[in-house]
Design a protein around this ligand. Structure first.
Ligand code: SAM
Length: 220
């Protein structure tokens, strides 16, 4: 097991892993594999089930995640990706926004053992409704397949992202415009971000893992 170029993410053979917290020993969140190595447990991070893992497999290496960061996660769903970020953040907190009551119910199960996740049932279109619950943030992660996903991203950056920090959006081209080629959609999103004084750090096409998706990492 080797530390990867991103803090808290490990590599073994061709898979990536995060360390399972000691109070969660033996506990799986989805159908991931648990590997024991030198008295510690590591959970495999499936790139077909998590776009962040897919982006890392595709070469994402400029993202800054470390154990004391606070993350705002938009579109937390039942917590597959949230659980791996929770493994990484030893002293930080994930504010997990999700609008589906069904998904939030499952997310709450995850929070029973993992105290660094704050689940918030809310629509990410309306950051003003959760601004009293969320502090200024070191990293925003968004995975929301809505037509206006870029607007949601910009609004939340504006409300919560600390100066000179990063955010990453998983763009689903087909949710934005089925009549355009995915690359045209990505270009439109990037142009809109630039118009809002947002700097593009890197873009990764997630094909092979997620069709017609790209990860765009920015700083602001
Ligand atoms: C593709 S899933 C996210 C998967 C998750 N990121 C993971 O990797 O484990 C998208 C989620 O976004 C949620 N969602 C969609 N629109 C939303 C909105 N406006 N505000 C908050 N959540 C939203 C959906 O309910 C769904 O659970």
């Amino acid at each position: 097991m080797k530390q990867s170029s991103i803090s808290g993410i490990y590599k073994f053979k061709n898979k990536i892993y995060t360390e399972n917290p000691t109070n969660c020993k033996g506990l799986k969140i989805y159908d991931e594999q648990i590997l024991k190595y030198k008295n510690k447990e590591y959970r495999s991070w499936n790139p077909y089930k998590s776009k962040l893992s897919a982006a890392i497999h595709k070469g994402l290496n400029k993202i800054i995640i470390s154990e004391n960061k606070n993350i705002l996660y938009l579109g937390a769903s039942t917590g597959t990706t949230v659980s791996h970020l929770s493994d990484i953040l030893k002293n930080g907190v994930i504010y997990a926004i999700e609008k589906s009551p069904f998904a939030v119910k499952k997310l709450l199960n995850l929070c029973e053992k993992r105290k660094n996740i704050i689940p918030i049932m809310a629509d990410a279109n309306n950051p003003e409704k959760y601004k009293t619950l969320v502090p200024q943030i070191d990293l925003i992660y968004q995975d929301i397949s809505q037509r206006n996903q870029d607007e949601i991203f910009i609004k939340n950056i504006d409300y919560f992202l600390k100066f000179d920090c990063q955010a990453i959006i998983m763009v689903k081209a087909r949710s934005i415009d089925v009549s355009l080629k995915p690359q045209e959609v990505y270009d439109n999103v990037m142009n809109k971000l630039k118009l809002n004084k947002i700097k593009i750090i890197e873009i990764l096409d997630l094909s092979n893992y997620e069709k017609d998706h790209a990860a765009i990492l920015i700083s602001y």
